[in-house]
Design a protein around this ligand. Structure first.
Ligand SMILES: *Cc1c(COP(=O)(O)O)cnc(C)c1O
Length: 382
């Protein structure tokens, strides 16, 4: 089953067992540390899995109205304890009322936005909590495109721009400064954040440590995270939130594609029925090289191919990989770890078909949740 020979491609397959493995680890962190963990929908929004996800996590963090609505509709908890935290770099007048209705927490990016909307959101939802996102101006994020604290960053309020008059309106402070990082990176950011902002913690209920904690990656020091959170909570008498996206979807499934043709131009090039640009965008944006099941780096094994997408973009290339046996037209090529930051970013560039979404159940049955058609392409255009 695991070679997905029968799957109609292209198709993302999320494996329930792997997802639950991540959720259980995150739940362990919650239980041991007392932190609350919410899912960043930006990175993983396969809502057909939310019945499982919501058993373990407290709620969702939304980047705006649409994600907040999705959380409210699809993450419903029996005990009505769902938490929806919404943060946008800036809110629009036309969205803010509905955001206030469906959110428990609204995080503002600047004192300016907070003062503009605070009365209105409180009037609509008197129990809503307000927070301000801080830019701690320290980050060791490995890639500038994913560094929220880089030069001229618009994300969060710097110490210089902090306005103490926000304090009477807010319950919390947020920062988000990490990207796929371990506990040492969090310790470094926290040190700077505490040095500059702990003077303002006195009447706060919570501090939100953002996302980018690579908790479910092998080698992450989970026990150290638990210790750090416990100490922080005790020291300042506040709740702590974490809002991972990637750590939830990390290594929970694959993108299955098929070889459509093999052409030669000083090397062998396999054209697949998927696209790096449209379906694996971070392989080009970050960039990084996705692992392919059964393959190695170019030339490691006997038969090397460039794997390329079925669009007209010259750079739509996943990379060069080598295999033990020659690829054949019709063979499946399976890209590992393609569940987070993939389908949430997909486009229909070139009119290429969006990959189907499937769940491999714990009993090994494969449920195709959604297949996309011409109408999905057409409906986004006019
Ligand atoms: C992207 C983002 C997250 C999630 O980040 P991951 O790297 O996926 O864990 C959390 N909070 C904020 C504010 C974000 O922008």
């Amino acid at each position: 089953m695991d070679d997905f020979t029968e799957v109609k491609t292209p198709c993302y397959v999320c494996e329930e067992e792997l997802l639950e493995h991540n959720l259980k680890l995150l739940h362990y962190v919650q239980k041991q540390s007392g932190a609350k963990i919410i899912l960043a929908l930006k990175g993983f929004a396969m809502w057909s899995t939310f019945d499982l996800v919501k058993k373990y996590l407290k709620g969702c963090t939304a980047s705006g109205l649409h994600e907040a609505l999705l959380a409210r509709e699809e993450f419903v908890k029996d005990d009505d304890a769902l938490e929806v935290h919404t943060y946008s770099p800036a809110y629009k007048d036309e969205d803010i009322d509905e955001i206030a209705r469906v959110s428990n927490h609204i995080v503002f990016n600047s004192p300016n936005q907070l003062f503009k909307f605070k009365d209105r959101v409180k009037e609509i939802n008197p129990s809503i909590s307000l927070s301000l996102r801080i830019n701690p101006e320290y980050s060791s994020s490995p890639k500038e495109i994913y560094n929220p604290c880089g030069v001229y960053s618009r994300l969060g309020t710097t110490l210089k721009n902090f306005d103490e008059s926000v304090l009477e309106y807010i319950d919390g402070l947020n920062f988000h400064a990490l990207c796929e990082q371990n506990i040492d990176a969090l310790e470094e950011v926290l040190e700077v954040f505490e040095k500059n902002f702990s003077q303002y913690f006195k009447n706060l209920k919570y501090i939100n440590f953002g996302g980018g904690h690579h908790i479910t990656k092998k080698g992450y020091d989970v026990e150290k995270l638990i210790k750090l959170i416990k100490e922080f909570r005790a020291k300042y008498n506040v709740d702590v939130y974490l809002e991972p996206g990637e750590a939830v979807g990390w290594e929970t499934g694959v993108l299955v594609s098929s070889v459509l043709d093999i052409v030669q131009n000083d090397m062998n090039i396999a054209i697949l029925d998927t696209s790096a640009e449209a379906h694996m965008p971070d392989t080009l944006a970050m960039p990084y090289r996705a692992e392919v099941r059964g393959a190695s780096k170019a030339k490691d094994k006997k038969y090397t191919y460039r794997l390329a997408g079925n669009t007209c973009l010259a750079g739509d290339i996943m990379g060069d990989y080598s295999f033990d046996k020659p690829l054949q037209i019709g063979d499946k090529v399976i890209f590992e770890d393609q569940i987070h930051y993939t389908f949430v970013k997909n486009t229909t560039f070139n009119g290429i078909k969006l990959p189907s979404l499937a769940i491999l159940r714990k009993n090994k049955t494969l449920d195709i949740i959604k297949e996309f058609q011409y109408k999905d392409y057409k409906n986004r255009l006019s």
